[in-house]
Design a protein around this ligand. Structure first.
Ligand SMILES: [Zn+2]
Length: 273
């Protein structure tokens, strides 16, 4: 798509925002690509599906035939429309108004064949990448009266601030179970197992001594397992001799926590950019 975006030669100041994820009530919504212009915003749901694709908006689905197999997918136009509705609500909540928002599903796979199950008003929102150029020209002409003037930067700043990246889930991505991970603190010098001795970590292989080798281990815990940890979980994970040591270590890190004394969970520092 980047190739097509570069070919657009948009006449005005504009921003392409990719994978924008915003909070909405208790959930989040995410847009593949959002184009911000002073006249309107445009949401593009990018799909790279191959095969014969039959769009059945009546039943909110896309049927794919490929190699004698049938599969069903969610209607990408409705997905994009849902994102547009969420973005509109978000903008109205933050600014009291919203510029016009348009939504399209862009089918990027050259080998796919697009078909319609029955005539439907949403068909014109399914496009191939080259259609973007004439569509944008028409939108710039149609929405001229809605010029945001210099307010565009205000919108951009607010969206940037509200952006919440999804937690990267390495465990799921590589199909690793909790039981596959080794517990314990490992030596920063030689990767040997470290043991807790009188307030210090001592490497059982090279005898390197560290006061805070557990911090790296807890960083890993936050990235791989959970951003919250209880004292019991901490004791097991760091292989500490007792629950009191775990409590002392967590307390010393000045972490924020939630829950009562028995159910307390400490919030490990996030890795959000
Ligand atoms: Zn060592």
């Amino acid at each position: 798509m980047d190739y097509f975006y570069r070919q657009l030669d948009l006449p005005l100041q504009h921003y392409f925002v990719h994978q924008l994820r915003l909070p909405r009530n208790v959930d989040f919504f995410q847009m593949d690509t959002l184009l911000l212009t002073p006249y309107f915003f445009l949401i593009l749901e990018i799909k790279n599906l191959a095969g014969i694709l039959t769009f059945d908006h009546e039943h909110q689905q896309v049927l794919r035939e490929q190699g004698g197999q049938q599969e069903v997918f969610a209607d990408p136009v409705l997905q994009a429309e849902q994102q547009a509705a969420s973005l509109k609500a978000w903008l109205q909540a933050h600014f009291g108004s919203s510029p016009p928002i348009h939504a399209y599903a862009v089918m990027t796979n050259n080998s796919s064949i697009l078909k319609n199950a029955a005539p439907h008003a949403l068909h014109h929102q399914i496009i191939r990448p080259p259609a973007l150029r004439p569509i944008l020209q028409a939108l710039f002409e149609k929405e001229k009266c809605h010029a945001l003037e210099d307010k565009l930067n205000v919108y951009v700043e607010a969206l940037k601030k509200a952006y919440r990246p999804a937690r990267y889930c390495a465990m799921g991505k590589y199909d690793i179970n909790r039981a596959d991970l080794r517990n314990g603190v490992f030596c920063p010098k030689c990767s040997g197992v470290m043991k807790w001795r009188h307030g210090n970590w001592v490497c059982s292989r090279c005898e390197h001594v560290s006061r805070d080798a557990h911090r790296k281990a807890l960083d890993d815990y936050a990235l791989l397992i959970s951003s919250h940890i209880s004292t019991g979980e901490c004791q097991a994970y760091l292989q500490l001799p007792g629950i009191n040591t775990a409590q002392r270590i967590l307390k010393k890190m000045n972490l924020t926590h939630s829950g009562g004394t028995k159910t307390r969970k400490y919030h490990l520092p996030g890795h959000r950019r």
